[in-house]
Design a binder for this molecule. Structure first.
Ligand SMILES: [Fe+2]
Length: 237
C-alpha cells in the first residue's frame, strides 16, 4: 500500500496525519511478519541501547503502531516525537525536523512481495530501524545535532556524513548492503565527533577524491572483513 498523500493534507513541512484507517489487515500482517523475523535476528547483533529502546517504546508484533502513542512514550524519555510523512522528504526538510527533535516516519508499509527489500524506507524500516535509538538520551542529542549540522552543511553546499574525512570521502549504496561499515565504541564518541565546526572539513574534502564503497585504504584498521555476500556488482554511483 503506497498511496501518495494528496496535496490537501500534505503540510508545508511534508507531514501528514497518520492515515490509520487506510491500513488493511494485510498491512498489519506484513508488520507482524517483519517484526517477528527481525526480533529473531537481534540477539548478539544489536547493541544494548537499541534493545533497551525497542523494549522501552513498547513496539510490539501485533500491528502497525499509532504514531501518537509512540510519540508520547518517546517524548517522556528524550523529548523526541515522530511525525508521519509520505516518503523521502527533501534534505532541508529532513534536517529541519531532526533539529527540532521530530523524526519523520514514512506511514505506509511495503507489499508482501517486498518483504526482503524495497528501495525506500517504509513504516517498518523507520520505526523498527531508527526510532528505538531515539529513546537513548545521548543518541537523541546526537540526532538533533546531526540535523542542525545537516542544515549548516546545506548552507555550505556540502552535505556529508558525521565523522572523519575517511567517512566523508566514502561512497555509499542505497540499493544493496553497504560495503563498508564504520565502527564506534560508544555513542559518546559519535556525539563528540559532531561537535567540531565542519567548515574546514568541507574545504579539505573538495580537494580529495572519493573512496569507493568497498575500498580499503592504507590508514584503515580492518576489524572484520566480510565475504562480500549480498554486494551488488554494479558500480557505485
Ligand atoms: Fe534508514
Amino acid at each position: 500500500m503506497k498511496p501518495a498523500a494528496t496535496a490537501e493534507n500534505l503540510r508545508p513541512d511534508y507531514t501528514v496525519d497518520q492515515p490509520w484507517d487506510r491500513y488493511t489487515a494485510s498491512d498489519h500482517q506484513t508488520w507482524r511478519t517483519l517484526f517477528e523475523r527481525q526480533a529473531k535476528l537481534l540477539p548478539g547483533r544489536a547493541c544494548g541501547e537499541f534493545i533497551a529502546g525497542l523494549d522501552g517504546l513498547g513496539v510490539a508484533a501485533d500491528g502497525i503502531p499509532h504514531f501518537d502513542r509512540l510519540s508520547d512514550v518517546l517524548e517522556k524519555a528524550t523529548g523526541w516525537r515522530i511525525v508521519a510523512v509520505p516518503g523521502l522528504v527533501p534534505d532541508d526538510v529532513f534536517f529541519g525536523h531532526l533539529a527540532a527533535r521530530r523524526f519523520p516516519v514514512t506511514w505506509w508499509i511495503r507489499k508482501p512481495a517486498q518483504m526482503d527489500y524495497l528501495q525506500e524506507p517504509d513504516v517498518f524500516h523507520d520505526i523498527y530501524g531508527h526510532v528505538p535509538l531515539l529513546m537513548n538520551p545521548i543518541f537523541g542529542d546526537y540526532m538533533q545535532a546531526y540535523g542542525a549540522g545537516g542544515l549548516k552543511a546545506l548552507g555550505l553546499d556540502a552535505l556529508v556524513g558525521f565523522d572523519l574525512m575517511r567517512i566523508m570521502r566514502t561512497k555509499y549504496r542505497i540499493d544493496t548492503f553497504q560495503k563498508t561499515y564504520f565502527a564506534i565504541d560508544n555513542f559518546d564518541q559519535l556525539f563528540a565527533a559532531t561537535r567540531p565546526d565542519f567548515a574546514p572539513y568541507y574545504r579539505t574534502l573538495r580537494t580529495l577524491s572519493d573512496i569507493g564503497a568497498g575500498e580499503v585504504v592504507d590508514s584503515d584498521t580492518v576489524l572484520n572483513r566480510g565475504t562480500g555476500e549480498g554486494w551488488a556488482d554494479t558500480p557505485d554511483t
